[in-house]
Design a protein around this ligand. Sequence first.
Ligand SMILES: *Cc1c(COP(=O)(O)O)cnc(C)c1O
Length: 378
Amino acid sequence: MYKIMTAGPSQVRENVRVARALETTNPDIDETFVEYYKSLCDKLQTLLHSSGTAYILDGEGILGLEAACATLTEEGDRVLVLDNGVFGKGFADFVSIYGGDPVLFSSDYRKPIDTDDLREFLEKDSGFKYATVVHCDTPSGMLNPIEKICPLLAEYGILTVVDAVASMFGMPINIDESKIDILCGGSQKALSAPPGLSMLWISDKAMDTMLSRKTPVASFYANLLTFRSYYEDKWFPYTMPISDINGLGVAIDNVIADPGIMERHAAVAKATRNAVKKAGMSTYVEGTHSNTVTVIEVPEGTTDKAILKHLKEKFGIMISPSFDVFAGRLIRIGHMGESANPQDVRQTLAALDDAFETEGVSLKCSLAKAFDEEFRCL
Ligand SMILES: *Cc1c(COP(=O)(O)O)cnc(C)c1O
């Protein structure tokens, strides 16, 4: 098996894998499952400080992004799409598919969204039903200040949809304090369960807006309103993937049992970023990085494919390339959830040292040694 150091999926702990193999009941009929599902949603709300509603949907993280847009958007709605990364821009497609009119607020892909610039824009045009923003835009490692952006949008009466798939449980998030209306999460990043589930946290305001639609939602699977009365009715809109949810429950408990999880992500990320810079390479983003991923600009004289192949074949370690506008330009080490541990990150950096040497790229210093020094100083 490979050591998974990709920017998601992340490593999965044995107790999560075992939970997915447990004997199962019929989740449609057995009310103990409904209670269990509700208890997980309650834990998710407590963890991210939400007084609204949380749901777990049967579908990879992308389903959550699509469901938020599907259920909020009506024909002709103007939606502000904050675009400083690949996932950021990608929201425009979901808005269009459901008949909305996406308006891009585009800015430098190397910099976090500037709230002063955003305020200036909103002073001239703020007629939007909702806005979309990505917390950690994983293809570049960008971290956007949602704790400033969402309250600013709320001042102008604009609801917010936040993609936190790659940041939640690796970066602190406070949904109520940050006035986030819909937060989207996935199972396979810092929560360290396998891919397959989306989680959504919905504010009362967003719920009221969705409930007062004039037209029906143009989807069944992506319609959040179908979950509205699951608990009262003991009835889900479709059969819940009980084994996936058993695994998710244990992954949530692993997070709860790990009060130092944020500090661990921060320490590993800082030491990794500093090691990359000390070695003379660029981490692409200027400003705030997410603590769940480190991005390295592919240096002259080699390719992303050659580096990834070397790591996989010689060391059994998988890291990620990037894609879309970053294809071929960036490689990415995921240190999220179970993968955010200094031993595995150090091994990955030592393997990268070997890969760069083989490729004839000379670094200013060893990545692994620089990581050791940085980590010791924290
Ligand atoms: C991983 C991720 C998703 C889910 O997308 P996949 O490419 O299907 O894994 C959504 N948003 C962000 C920011 C992500 O990092």
